[in-house]
Ligand binder design. Structure first.
Ligand SMILES: NC(=O)c1ccc[n+]([C@@H]2O[C@H](COP(=O)([O-])OP(=O)(O)OC[C@H]3O[C@@H](n4cnc5c(N)ncnc54)[C@H](OP(=O)(O)O)[C@@H]3O)[C@@H](O)[C@H]2O)c1
Length: 270
């Protein structure tokens, strides 16, 4: 039996739940709104015949979060975790509400990290399992974000790339999805009218999730549903990799004209 923990009651999460149930997964749905969870579960059970449990929890609350972690650890049939829950904030950084900022970090950063840490060790022991983290293209574009949201999504991208490196050889899949603007309630909740965005940059949530699952089927680690040419991502990654050997050296760069600048450029044999 497949058991999937797909976290979400509306928006992108609800569509993941729909698609995964239709792919034959049983589900555990996590979100705060019990009634929305119940309605989604009832519909999915009726339409797909799968088992769909609900687990109402506020992932910004440590007690609730730990109880979800216990469910993941105790579930020997868990095959997939979709870290979907997320919140956005708009407005200037300088005028941000620090408590709201803290809740966003709890939901967007701490919760997916702790849930991944609960799911991954059993996946590794069993030699199979899939973790899907929903990041955002704003992970790559802080100048188009209000900074803090972008930062939480960049964290999730980095976490996913590192986890993939650690567990891929152990039979465990990690996929990080970077949606662009997607038509869901998240915009309104963050105080932005999605109708103000150019139509050409907003994707329907169904299309976004279908593309992300197609990316999963293709074995992608990073899936950017809107990006026409994956070679562009590969070029970006190659440029980043090119930097790596030069980022930490014993001397400051020669252009600063301090310390033993330039020593590292001299071949050892000279
Ligand atoms: N829509 C976009 O343009 C877009 C673009 C890039 C990335 N994303 C990412 O996609 C993911 C899904 O977002 P969405 O667009 O589908 O937004 P959404 O419609 O607002 O859905 C957010 C989901 O997260 C749950 N959630 C929020 N706070 C929670 C909390 N404290 N505890 C438990 N569950 C919580 C919500 O359920 P409850 O409210 O019932 O708790 C809901 O199921 C997020 O990670 C978001 O950052 C969205």
């Amino acid at each position: 039996m497949y058991r999937t923990d797909n976290r979400g009651s509306s928006g992108i999460g609800a569509i993941y739940a729909d698609r995964l149930a239709r792919r034959g997964h049983d589900l555990i749905l996590v979100a705060r709104n019990r009634e929305q969870l119940r309605m989604l579960a009832t519909r999915l059970i009726d339409e797909t015949g799968r088992s769909v449990e609900i687990l109402p929890a506020d992932l910004s609350n440590k007690t609730d979060l730990v109880s979800v972690e216990h469910v993941l650890r105790a579930n020997a049939g868990l095959t997939m975790l979709v870290n979907n829950a997320g919140v956005a904030m708009s407005g200037d950084l300088a005028s941000a509400d620090p408590d709201q900022l803290e809740r966003m970090v709890q939901v967007n950063v701490l919760a997916p990290s702790r849930l991944a840490l609960a799911a991954i060790p059993p996946f590794v022991t069993r030699g199979r399992g899939t973790l899907i983290n929903i990041s955002s293209v704003l992970a790559l574009a802080p100048e188009r974000s209000h900074g803090r949201y972008s930062g939480t999504k960049a964290y999730l991208l980095n976490l996913s790339l590192r986890l993939h490196q650690e567990v891929a050889s152990k039979g465990v899949r990690v996929q990080v999805v970077l949606p662009g603007a997607t038509r869901t309630a998240i915009w309104e909740k963050a105080g932005t009218d999605i109708a103000t965005l150019p139509r050409g940059i907003v994707m329907d949530a169904d299309d976004m999730v279908d593309a992300a699952l197609a990316g999963l089927d293709r074995g992608e680690v990073v899936t950017i549903p809107a990006l026409p040419d994956m070679a562009d991502w590969e070029a970006y990654e190659a440029a980043r990799q090119h930097l790596l050997p030069h980022l930490s050296l014993s001397s400051p760069a020669a252009r600063y004209g301090v310390g033993s600048s330039g020593d590292h450029l001299v071949p050892a044999s000279s």
